[in-house]
Design a binder for this molecule. Structure first.
Ligand SMILES: C[S@@+](CC[C@H](N)C(=O)[O-])C[C@H]1O[C@@H](n2cnc3c(N)ncnc32)[C@H](O)[C@@H]1O
Length: 295
């Protein structure tokens, strides 16, 4: 496939098949939420309400995991060295067994850089077998460059956001399982900062990642099986300006009130044990993470 066929386009079709047509090392960053293999034969509020228009979500768990490993390895192939991929999934249970995404992520070529908790604050509560699960996970996957297995540090204003992301579910979108716009905005802005590149979402649904990429001035590649969601995404992309305010609200959260250097110069709490770390006013403020996270 040449650039004109995939850049700033949504490829209609199955993700794994479409990925295989793309050249090596073309994307800088990706974000996605794949189908979760919920099993549409089961009863329950979530299952009957989260149904996609062009695909079923019911495979045997082994086949599902093998498919996700193959998809993730194809994304690894088309990602540039030092590139990242953010993979949203959740912990599922079936017949007494827990399925944790880490089971198949460790079988891919990616280095797992971080597990982020997405606190959705509310979620469908099917039954009371367990405490109400309102969280999902987002895995930051990294493609090493040579011997550098961890990549470069985030700028302080991004790294000061914690590993718990609190975004309520998106309500203005007819897709059954869309991202809130703030989520891909956070990822793209934090990882790219002012640099521009190519962003992929291989299960792009209603196009939220693509809209975020466009607002932030990046090129994008989307893959989606449903024509209905592709049409919706195209309209959304045409009207992307209507969503700039939501993107700005997220970017306004990426701030540093005081840098590590400024704290040190003023003798304020820097995260190290010392004579000033018990001062009440310094204790629970956000810290410059670079003070102690050097691993
Ligand atoms: C969780 S949704 C993604 C929602 C998206 N993040 C958004 O903001 O709208 C997963 C998407 O994967 C699509 N899908 C399911 N199976 C697929 C396949 N084999 N190939 C491509 N897309 C598929 C579904 O139609 C659905 O839109």
């Amino acid at each position: 496939m040449n650039q004109n066929e995939y850049l700033n386009k949504i490829i209609q079709g199955d993700t794994l098949t479409a990925l295989k047509t793309l050249p090596d090392e073309i994307v800088n960053l990706g974000i996605t939420s794949p189908p979760y293999n919920k099993g549409e034969n089961k009863k329950g509020w979530l299952v009957t309400n989260v149904k996609y228009s062009g695909a079923t979500d019911k495979l045997s768990e082994n086949v599902y995991q093998e498919n996700q490993i193959a998809v993730l390895n194809e994304i690894f192939r088309i990602t540039k060295h030092s590139g990242s991929f953010f993979y949203n999934h959740k912990i599922r249970w079936e017949r007494g067994a827990m399925f944790h995404p880490i089971e198949w992520l460790t079988k891919t070529k990616w280095k797992i850089k971080q597990e982020i908790i997405w606190d959705r604050m509310i979620a469908a509560n099917i039954r009371g077998w367990r405490f109400w699960q309102v969280e999902e996970r987002i895995y930051w996957l990294y493609k090493p460059s040579g011997k550098n297995l961890i990549g470069e540090e985030l700028k302080s204003k991004h790294a000061l956001l914690t590993s718990i992301w609190r975004f309520p579910p998106e309500r203005k979108n007819p897709h059954p399982a869309p991202f809130p716009l703030a989520l891909p905005i956070r990822v793209i802005y934090a990882i790219s900062d002012e640099r521009k590149g190519i962003i992929i979402d291989p299960y792009c649904g209603s196009g939220t990642t693509l809209v975020a990429s466009k607002i932030l001035g990046h090129d994008f590649i989307g893959i989606e099986i449903s024509n209905e969601y592709i049409s919706f995404s195209k309209k959304r992309l045409e009207n992307y300006r209507a969503e700039i305010k939501d993107a700005d609200d997220e970017m306004a959260k990426h701030i540093v009130e005081k840098t590590f250097k400024e704290r040190k110069e003023k003798g304020e709490f820097t995260g190290k044990y010392g004579k000033n770390n018990n001062k009440k006013e310094n204790k629970y403020k956000t810290l410059d993470l670079f003070a102690f996270d050097k691993k």
